[in-house]
Design a binder for this molecule. Structure first.
Ligand code: K1U
Ligand code: ZN
Length: 169
């Protein structure tokens, strides 16, 4: 297994739209193991393949306290969204140190394949529903800061670029 580098905002590769996975094979299972290891090491609750520069529809999530309930969603599709929405504070491993409020549906239903290629349906609410919507946005090339005002977004962009310049010195 390996820890994969996570792309940092405003890297233009985060804007790419992921393609559907064609086959759940050994290559994909190795990638999923690496994504889970990367998410746990970064102390995240989710990770989309886009964030590790793989542009295929794959998400890993673990919102459990014990970090022992990994969820794998391959080719996920939202089949239902609640009318009710809520403001939730979000963070992102691609925008380290930035947290802000985003409106999300309270509950969603998702159809996806698991790591063995079996189709399943998930009914999610609370933090799991928020995390699924955040990760599915990544697969569409959307980072949560796109929901913020242009002023906030530009400040975050400038801060991230400055941090990256300092780190590369
Ligand atoms: O996609 C990612 O970058 C992972 C992201 C998922 C996420 C967190 C919070 C709300 C929506 C989606 C993270 O794991 S950020 C780090 C984190 O563990 C966290 C941050 C804020 C609240 C809860 C957890
Ligand atoms: Zn994110």
């Amino acid at each position: 297994m390996a820890i994969l580098p996570i792309l940092c905002y405003p890297d233009p590769k985060l804007l790419k739209v992921a393609k559907p996975v064609a086959a759940v094979d050994a290559r994909l299972q190795a990638l999923i193991a690496d994504m889970l290891e990367t998410m746990y090491e970064a102390k995240g609750i989710g990770l989309a393949a886009t964030q590790v520069d793989v542009h295929e529809r794959i998400i890993v999530i673990d919102i459990s306290e014990e970090r022992d309930q990994p969820l794998v969603l391959i080719n996920p599709e939202l089949t239902w969204r609640s009318e009710a929405t809520h403001l939730n504070e979000e963070g992102c491993l691609s925008v380290p140190g930035i947290y802000d409020d985003v409106v999300r549906h309270d509950a969603v239903h998702v159809q996806a394949l698991d790591a063995k290629g079996q189709s399943y349906r998930l009914e999610a609410d609370g933090l799991l529903a928020v995390c699924i919507q955040h990760e599915m946005d990544h697969l569409l090339g959307k980072v949560f800061v796109e929901y913020l005002s242009p002023l906030k977004r530009n400040r975050i962009k400038t801060k991230m670029q400055k941090l990256q310049r300092e780190e590369s010195r």
